[in-house]
Write a protein that binds this ligand. Structure first.
Ligand code: FMN
Length: 359
């Protein structure tokens, strides 16, 4: 049988750079389309933080300082891995990196896949790091590329960016629905294990908006990874985005409609993590659209919380718009701490201020 994605698939090891670039630009435009957001599926509306009418603290005493990967950073916020590998990507990433340096946020770059086939990309990563010398900066590559790469090539990506950790993204649904997709994940667990043994920096595993089940989190618990970003259903949906890239009547477009709400919600994936109690840090993303959303996930145990699409939209407008949005998210998180009577993230977590809403 010829699979629907196979007519676009590479016959030789190199994919065409022009096709690659076009896809990455399409992704940005399509991610901004509300139709490609799985809104109202994150489950966050069912989580409530318990209001404290007598907080006995002053607002200016609140600190968002957070410990992650054995480092202390100013906030528990992360710019989730987004774009790379095309002409507009550098500008967007530079703006995101500048804002992160100013606000002390961590940042993941988008897939560095292009550098595997175009080593000249290396220079752009070095200049990005120069813009943000103090932040936690994470490299990124897809699991299906990792399986087919040498660990020395992945180390090269880390070195180019001076990355503090390497993120491996798992995106099985996207690979099935992408016209150029590579849905080849056999050997994925062994590849992550091997990478952990040889890479000079910690390895992090993330989804891209379809979440992790308790069983998968348990499998990952056997590996010496440093963190998992659960990236659940509730925001950017890669099934929808890839479906929109195929002609209307094409099998991929029709299948994408069938799978338009596929995934484990961010809150369900967080519950799964609570059940598993993994040795690694839990990070959360997928449909986080305010500082209050982030607060709920932090209260449930997330160490870092990531935003993708909203920050992309702000970054496309300008640095000031981006900084203003980041400030709003920080302020909202502080309100959540204040109104639950906590001055630190640590105490906020320990005080168990969340519950499932009853009505
Ligand atoms: C334009 C765009 C490109 C993305 N590219 C990547 C990527 O290269 N690697 C990755 O791990 N995740 C990628 N993601 C997924 C995000 O990191 C995140 O997991 C997902 O979008 C859910 O967050 P959101 O609902 O806040 O957008 C991308 C997201 C967007 C919006």
């Amino acid at each position: 049988m010829e699979y629907p994605f196979s007519r676009f698939m590479r016959k030789k090891p190199n994919i065409k750079l022009a096709v690659f670039e076009k896809r990455k630009i399409d992704h940005i435009q399509l991610a901004l389309d509300p139709q490609n957001q799985a809104q109202h599926h994150s489950g966050l509306e069912h989580i409530q933080l318990l209001h404290n009418a007598l907080p006995e603290i002053n607002f200016d005493a609140i600190s968002l300082t957070t410990k992650t990967l054995n480092k202390t950073i100013k906030t528990p916020f992360l710019v989730s891995s987004m774009t790379a590998g095309h002409i507009r990507a550098n500008k967007i990433n530079q703006r995101l990196a500048k804002a992160c340096e100013l606000r002390g946020w961590a940042m993941g770059v988008g897939s560095q896949r292009r550098e595997l086939i175009a080593p000249q990309e290396k220079a752009s990563w070095a200049s990005l790091r120069r813009l943000a010398p103090h932040i936690l900066l994470f490299g990124n590559i897809g699991l299906s590329q990792l399986i087919r790469s040498k660990t020395t090539d992945i180390q090269r990506l880390v070195d180019a960016l001076e990355a503090d950790a390497m993120i491996i993204h798992c995106n099985p649904l996207q690979e099935c629905l992408q016209p150029e997709g590579t849905p080849f994940f056999k050997g994925g667990i062994a590849a992550i294990k091997k990478l952990c043994k040889t890479l000079s920096v910690p390895v992090i595993v993330k989804e891209t908006g379809c979440g992790f089940s308790a069983n998968t989190l348990r499998q990952l618990n056997e590996l010496p990874i440093a963190a998992v970003d659960i990236s659940g259903l509730g925001g950017t949906h890669w099934g929808r985005i890839e479906g929109a890239r195929s002609p209307h009547q094409h099998t991929l477009a029709k299948s994408a409609k069938t799978f338009h709400d596929w995934g484990i919600s961010t809150v369900d994936a967080m519950h799964a993590a609570i059940e598993v109690k993994p040795h690694y840090e839990i990070w959360a993303s997928g449909g986080i659209r305010s500082g209050l959303d982030a607060a709920k996930l932090i209260a449930m145990g997330a160490v870092l919380v990531g935003y993708a699409k909203p920050l992309l939209a702000a970054a496309l407008k300008g640095l000031n718009e981006l900084l203003a949005l980041m400030d709003t998210y920080e302020y909202e998180l502080k309100i959540a701490l204040f109104c639950t009577g906590n001055t630190t993230i640590k105490r906020f977590k320990e005080s168990h201020v969340w519950r499932l809403k009853t009505m």
